[in-house]
Ligand binder design. Structure first.
Ligand code: SF4
Length: 335
């Protein structure tokens, strides 16, 4: 591999100038059309309220995610994610920690949802995702938070760990539209998704920002609270996301407006199945799928109880991942 292609502190596979050219090539011509962002068209047709209704009915026998708990969240019962039907968030603020194509100059409007169905032993935000830190708000208030972030200049609304609140989110988007809400919605997920739930979000979500954490069900079960079915569902989910939004598209400023970004966190000792993940993307999506291979793993939360993941990533592990990406012809890698 030609090391001159890399920027300091970055994992760009292409030189920066090439990436910008690619950005222009991926310019989304719908930028100025009436259909942008996509939820506006669905709202006009009345489909948004139909989707909200369908999603809310799932709360009565919750199967929003692959945990399939079948509890009645409307009556206050909780499943694996510990969430009721009232949305809970830990923060709503511009974020500059995401991929540069989402952040631009003014930030990505990140809303962190409390609780999570996956519950990994190395969760870096366990206070929010596992211990449920945050405050309950109404769907109307969530809508107002979205609009506030838009007014602050954020390029998108970045819904972090959203799935267990998908009904509230669709309701909030609908309530935000009359308030002037017009920026793309980013669905920032850990990849533990049900295809059926994603289908109810088709046309509402502009950008899927998903992780693909494991390719092996034993590893998924061991480190993410018996989620043995993670690889099965994550693969179906990623294909569904790609079907809905395709490769990443940028506007004339180089900001993402639609498409798929797949994140993959390298775990020590090849536990995340990085090579299999890259083969999966190359064979099932496109070679120009925008991928973020992440090397920032730290053994947080309960990771120290598992010696094989109780360390950070070695440079050699990161380099082998980049080598595999090149071997399988994947060209759009970013940090
Ligand atoms: S969203 Fe929560 S309650 Fe519903 S299936 Fe998933 S983990 Fe269970």
């Amino acid at each position: 591999m030609d090391d001159s292609l890399f920027l300091m502190g970055s994992a760009l596979f292409l030189p920066f100038s090439s990436l910008r050219l690619k950005g222009k090539a991926f310019l989304d011509n719908r930028e100025n059309s009436k259909e942008y962002p996509s939820y506006l068209a669905l709202d006009k047709k009345g489909t948004l309220s139909e989707r909200e209704e369908k999603l809310y009915s799932i709360y009565e026998n919750c199967h929003l995610c692959p945990r399939d708990c079948r509890v009645n969240r409307k009556e206050g019962q909780v499943g694996r994610c510990q969430a009721t039907s009232r949305v809970k968030i830990s923060s709503a603020a511009p974020s500059f920690d995401e991929e540069p194509l989402l952040v631009g100059k003014s930030g990505s409007g990140a809303i962190f949802f409390s609780n999570c169905g996956l519950r990994s032993v190395y969760s870096h935000d366990y206070k929010i995702s596992i211990e449920g830190e945050g405050i309950e708000i109404s769907d109307q208030k969530l809508a107002e938070e979205m609009v506030k972030l838009q007014k602050k200049g954020c390029h998108n609304i970045n819904l972090v760990t959203p799935t267990h609140y998908a009904p509230n989110i669709v309701s909030a988007i609908q309530k935000a539209i009359p308030l002037g809400f017009r920026i793309p919605v980013v669905y920032n997920t850990r990849g533990y998704e049900k295809q059926e739930t994603l289908q109810l979000l088709d046309g509402i979500i502009d950008i899927y920002l998903t992780e693909c954490k494991y390719m092996d069900s034993e590893q998924a079960g061991k480190y993410s609270a018996e989620a043995y079915n993670y690889p099965h569902h994550a693969k179906l989910a990623i294909k569904e996301m790609y079907r809905q939004v395709g490769d990443l598209k940028l506007d004339s400023r180089g900001i993402a407006v639609r498409g798929l970004i797949v994140r993959h966190l390298i775990l020590p000792n090849r536990i995340a199945g990085t090579e299999k993940f890259l083969i999966f993307i190359a064979e099932n999506l496109s070679k120009t799928t925008y991928i973020n291979i992440m090397n920032q793993y730290q053994p947080r939360y309960k990771a120290s109880e598992y010696p094989e993941i109780a360390r950070s990533i070695k440079r050699s592990e990161y380099n082998e991942a980049l080598k595999w990406a090149k071997k399988y012809g994947l060209t759009h890698l970013a940090r």
